[in-house]
Design a protein around this ligand. Sequence first.
Ligand code: ARG
Length: 470
Amino acid sequence: MAGGVTGGGSATWSDRFEQGLHPAIERFNASIGFDITLLQEDLDGSIAHARMLANCGVIASDEAELLCTGLEQIRAEAEAGRFQPGLEDEDVHFAVERKLIALLGPVGKKLHTGRSRNDQVGTDLRLWLRRRLDELDPQIQGFQTALLKQARDHRSTLIPGYTHLQRAQPVCLAHHLLAYVEMLERDRQRLQDVRKRVNWSPLGAAALAGTPVPIDRRSTAQALGFDGIYANSLDAVSDRDFTVEFSAAASLLMVHLSRLAEEVIFWASEECGFVRLTDRCATGSSLMPQKKNPDVPELVRGKCGRVFGHLQGLLTMIKGLPLAYNKDFQEDKEALFDVVSTTKQCLEAMTILIEEGLSFRPDRLEAAVGSDFSNATDVADYLVARQVPFREAYQIVGAVVKQCLSEGLLLRDLSLERWQQFHPAIEVDLYEALAPRQVVAARTSEGGTGFTRVEEQLALWSERLGFTAQ
Ligand code: ARG
């Protein structure tokens, strides 16, 4: 019977049933509320499937044309806001099929030949994620470019470098920012690698075992831009590895965003004062009129929780599932959608934050690097260059620091005579070696913060990111 209205149910599968679904169970079961997100991909997959059925002689070519026209009409109606499936449609796949039947009559009923919702949903999800991956890649590059621009502007600015969040040695600010560009490059590579395993077609695996219908899986795979087809139909409909891989890669990307967010929060604190947040990216307090809050980086840091949570959720959802399809898989969608949208939103917000949300304060940075003992190692290196064994030099400088601390002095405040009491090899050129700018410049080992090394890296990244200064 048309539309399967026998018995109490209105669902596409309801002919076999005597009674309709309990309304609460209908709500519980339905995924249409969120899998409508897959509409474009569902239409694309169905169009490829219909053409293939005609090419294989399973349906007539004018039938395939009708199906494709109907599917495009659904796309147009959706764009115009006139395709609004309800709970009774259960999911996006049924919603489209029903609508097609409503539009075309009996021909519409031919579309689902030789496939099942199990291979269909897998196809849709992979197509959808592939598109999002192709958006993420340039988005990450855009963020890298924002960092690169700041780095180029701060090629000679210094900032304290920390270990254990204790002042360690001054570094070039560009060097610090380029560290994040490197992390993000690994994120890009990881996502490109995930894409390789996303891009396999499960279409035509049917429910779980393949189909006796003479279909051509390779032609739908090719039409949809997949690199190949799953070799095993059971694996095809029950593989969700790619959702885990993607969420893991996205989690690491979030880790990197969050670490930078944490640094910005620290830099913007009054205690530190290395950056000023611009009005475009900071918010005020409802109570304390003097406040300017770093909500953007705080939200990025906070949103890590949901992304890592989805990764855990997906792993747990999959781990006990026997072959092949299980309804548990329906739970993959909201997780994946949220990982994608959260990651993209955070990338966008952090890009804006770095581009126009903060300005570094060279005065504060200059004062910071000039007011501590982060040049102590350089005194030891100075002595080493004058044939003092490193461990001995280290001990001498330790004694100097102790003395200075007790007198409230910095290393540069000690007179040459007093320095020479600690070691006779010390000459007046020590003061130059102690200057923060010289401390940074001296670190010319490959990958180090020395200005010449940083310039090399700036040139390299400018080329890689196709950045040309206006
Ligand atoms: N909405 C379902 C999902 O997201 C589609 C596949 C349903 N398949 C089935 N055999 N019930 O997984």
